[in-house]
Design a protein around this ligand. Sequence first.
Ligand SMILES: NC(=O)c1ccc[n+]([C@@H]2O[C@H](COP(=O)([O-])OP(=O)(O)OC[C@H]3O[C@@H](n4cnc5c(N)ncnc54)[C@H](O)[C@@H]3O)[C@@H](O)[C@H]2O)c1
Length: 483
Amino acid sequence: MHTQGNFETLDPQEAHNKQQLQKSREIFELQQRAFRESPFPEEKLRKQQLVALRKAIIKHQDKLVKAISADFGCRSFDETLLADILPTVLNIDHTIKHLREWMKPEKRSVAMLFQPAQARIMYQPLGVVGIMAPWNYPVYLSLGPLIAAIAAGNRAMIKPSEYCPYGNRVLNEIIEDAFSVDEVCMIEGGADVAAEFTQLPFDHLLFTGSTNVGKKVMAAAAENLTPVTLELGGKSPAIVAPDVTADFAVERILYGKCLNAGQTCVAPDYILCPEDKLDELISAFKTRFQQLYPDIDNGDYTSIVNDAQHARLKSWLKDAQEKGAEIISLAEPGESRQRSMPLQLVTKVNTSMTIMQEEIFGPILPIIAYKDLKQAIQIVHSQPRPLALYLFTLSQRLENQVLRHTHAGGVCINDTVTHVGQDDLPFGGIGPSGMGSYHAREGFLTFSKAKSIFKRGRFNSAKMAFPPYGNLVHRLIYRWYLR
Ligand SMILES: NC(=O)c1ccc[n+]([C@@H]2O[C@H](COP(=O)([O-])OP(=O)(O)OC[C@H]3O[C@@H](n4cnc5c(N)ncnc54)[C@H](O)[C@@H]3O)[C@@H](O)[C@H]2O)c1
């Protein structure tokens, strides 16, 4: 038995969780008080905060890449620099460049009937916001939402994933270097700490993670009427259209799929390939994989993050095999690397297999052959609406056909994954792959209140509509507008 605040009788993990929970409540209140005292930080201060964050990232980058590599078992420093740190820094630069124009009040039109008057929108900070992150890109997915939250003038609390303890330690140093606790702070812990975190009455909560946990987060946030942005996962298809060669598509699919060993929310989840190109496609995968990863042990190929994820992926391969699938491993697992899983192509798949029912989130790639593009589109429709849709074509007609007949959070044509790094495009899912968006101006808007302001001047034209009703002005208004 123990009492609140007395951690000595708890096991270390439990004590740590209790401490983090207590810390999160205290810091939440501290940030709320600080926000009340200064509810509308100027552009200059926001930019100073973003610059401080940028400097801290640069200062700690070497430590950060090493820590994240240790969290994964193997993740090359380049992969962390390219896909985690660089997009974060570019996002800061883009935000600093555009912040003034985003913050500007926006003039809106006033209908003739209400003239003379003015209408405008003023963007105001929300207050204290929560950010919850997964483990796969621990820097970009924690600090990306933070950049938008700060740009919009908020205070923020970040709950990163418990799967990256080393990375979190360095992230915490970055946060502590750049901010005071009443501006930004990090709360660490597992699912129980996370669940308590979602119960804090934040002014907005941005969650990045799985669809199942996203539902729990939304339910908890509803208790406080906290608005949520949910950045979730899903099965993102890659359609190879009939007009391009298999090699054209494979060159562009392979990197996006193998990045972080497929542990990417927007990794191509399955391929739709014209029937007559199937053999060519498999052969292109074999050749290109060899070119990218001639030695699976050389440190370029990321490991599966932990034993549980590794076991999950292996059991899904077994399930597929037992149900008639053919598995083509593009290399032998690395010997000196723990939890190494080279890309596994899977053919002869059917919908009874777990790999066609759940988001794969790893280096397994089912390939489905289709007769015509219409059938490929039908297969996309048979799955929940995806986070990303990839299309490989040089034909404008085929591009239009797919764009007009499919739903997706975002579309990337003739490439994979890189659409996420476009700082001027919003990013977000649809249906089970997410709700709301961030990145670009939309991130600023997500963390802002768009306050509508309507202003009349000296002359009160509204009184022409006052009772008693039925006079000439009323009749003229009705005749003019209700024609
Ligand atoms: N849309 C995107 O931008 C994006 C980006 C990366 C990953 N993802 C998705 O994230 C998933 C993989 O990441 P993950 O395994 O870390 O996801 P996850 O849902 O298991 O965990 C995400 C966060 O939620 C917390 N959490 C766990 N249980 C919770 C609970 N009961 N209540 C509240 N919070 C809880 C975790 O501690 C972690 O911080 C995949 O589905 C992937 O597609 C989405």
